[in-house]
Design a protein around this ligand. Structure first.
Ligand code: SF4
Length: 439
């Protein structure tokens, strides 16, 4: 179609103009030649001058301008810079946010507990709304960590008891969990492995990992290896390559999974060179750890896009946390964001009874309520499986709302997501053989 510029005038004889990509300039309007129309169909319309809304500054940019004015984009976007400049002490933390009494008290005892670690990037997300940030609760310690409730334990899932060699947990017959290091770029205050992460006691040294590879080699029933930690993606590309190449060289290892939180707390880590390493070891899956929709930033979207474009399927393992994500509304926003990031909400975990996590743990009814609020109300792909990881090492046990109201020999009565009752007719037992054989 030919385009021409016409002076602004009464346009009532036109019904439709091609949408402008630019706002109209004063006095002239660029339009597409209108189609010939029946004048009786013409509808008058007014041209309303468009205002282009100013793009709001992204909270990370505001934070950077205030606290890191001299830091270049190159430095900020370097994962090594982010790791080097982590917030690891109360004095550093106070530079960014005003601490509450509950937080200040925690630092008196912190030496005995999980260390503090927050990347500048993640701090920028907290800083956007410091006093009302769900993310703050996940990484800033409070005095509540120092209370032990009945039933809590340092190693509630009995991982140490199920480790035939240091750093390798063999709980299920056909899969193992390989803990490659105890370092994370940010430390989650509810961490199941708070007994060991961040203490520098489990490094990614060759002798220990070679023992773990040897164990896997000698157990042909192991077809699936979950590489976790700590966070394995905080290792350098060469070390990750070395680990994955050794696992891939074992014939009976069918799939490799990596458990990581870096796309949420350190998305800068997902670099083209890391992606090149990872894509060499397919079938490779990644389990991510997102807890709140505020973590789903443009940076995280980009990191997940790079991984998805490399053909890596991703699932999110979200821990249900009081005061962070324990509402249907927050969880719905999170799972919708995850699907847009091409991440399948995989598990919703009841928070493990780790020592000092009482302030994070919700009732089990809350988890069931959340699943009930998702199932049927949104895409099936958005609904994770709610599980309790059985204390003592019993593995993950799904917990679900009960949709079966009653059952007889002839029918099952079910309740749907709108609380409407439906009946499903059963094939009488006496008829089952004949039906299945086609008689
Ligand atoms: S990233 Fe994982 S291993 Fe690290 S502190 Fe958080 S929950 Fe624990």
């Amino acid at each position: 179609m030919q385009r021409r510029t016409i002076p602004m005038r009464n346009t009532s004889s036109f019904i439709q103009q091609e949408e402008e990509t630019e706002p109209p300039s004063t006095g002239a309007l660029s339009v597409t030649e209108p189609p010939l129309l029946n004048p009786s169909l013409a509808v008058p319309f007014q041209i309303i001058p468009q205002r282009i809304p100013k793009k709001p500054l992204n909270p990370t940019r505001i934070f950077r301008r205030r606290f890191f004015p001299g830091v270049s984009d190159k430095e900020w976007n370097s994962w090594q810079w982010q790791v080097r400049n982590r917030i690891c002490s109360p004095a550093q933390l106070q530079h960014f946010i005003e601490l509450t009494e509950e937080e200040k008290s925690a630092f008196t005892y912190l030496d005995t507990k999980l260390p503090l670690g927050i990347t500048p990037y993640y701090m920028s997300l907290i800083h956007a709304n410091p006093m009302d940030s769900a993310l703050r609760r996940t990484v800033v310690p409070t005095v509540h960590e120092f209370f032990k409730l009945p039933g809590e334990a340092n190693d509630p899932l009995a991982e140490e008891d199920q480790s035939p060699v240091p750093g390798l947990v063999h709980r299920y017959p056909d899969r193992v969990l390989l803990l490659v290091s105890d370092f994370c770029s940010a430390y989650c205050r509810y961490c199941t492995r708070s007994r060991m992460v961040g203490r520098g006691m489990m490094n990614a040294g060759r002798p220990r990992l070679e023992r773990a590879f040897e164990y896997i080699r000698l157990h042909p029933e192991v077809r699936d290896v979950l590489v976790s930690g700590g966070d394995p993606l905080t290792l350098g590309d060469k070390k990750i390559d070395w680990i994955l190449s050794h696992l891939r060289a074992i014939d009976h290892v069918e799939i490799i999974r990596i458990g990581t939180k870096v796309p949420a707390v350190l998305p800068q880590r997902i670099t083209p060179s890391l992606v090149r390493v990872l894509r060499r070891y397919h079938p490779l899956w990644i389990s991510l750890h997102f807890t709140h929709p505020d973590e789903c930033t443009p940076e995280s979207f980009k990191a997940c896009r790079m991984l998805a474009d490399a053909g890596i399927p991703m699932g999110s393992q979200t821990v249900l946390l009081k005061g962070v994500n324990d509402s249907v509304e927050t969880m719905t926003r999170l799972v919708h964001q995850l699907l847009k990031m091409r991440v399948r909400p995989y598990y919703l975990y009841q928070c493990d009874p780790v020592t000092g996590t009482g302030h994070f743990r919700t009732s089990v009814e809350k988890g069931i309520e959340i699943i009930r609020g998702l199932r049927g109300h949104t895409s099936g792909y958005a609904v994770p499986t709610y599980v309790i990881d059985a204390p003592g090492g019993g593995g993950k046990i799904p917990v679900m709302p009960d949709y079966v109201v009653s059952k007889t020999d002839t029918e099952v009565t079910l309740i749907n997501y709108e609380n409407r009752i439906f009946r499903y007719p059963l094939v009488p037992e006496s008829r089952q053989e004949g039906v299945s054989s086609g008689n």
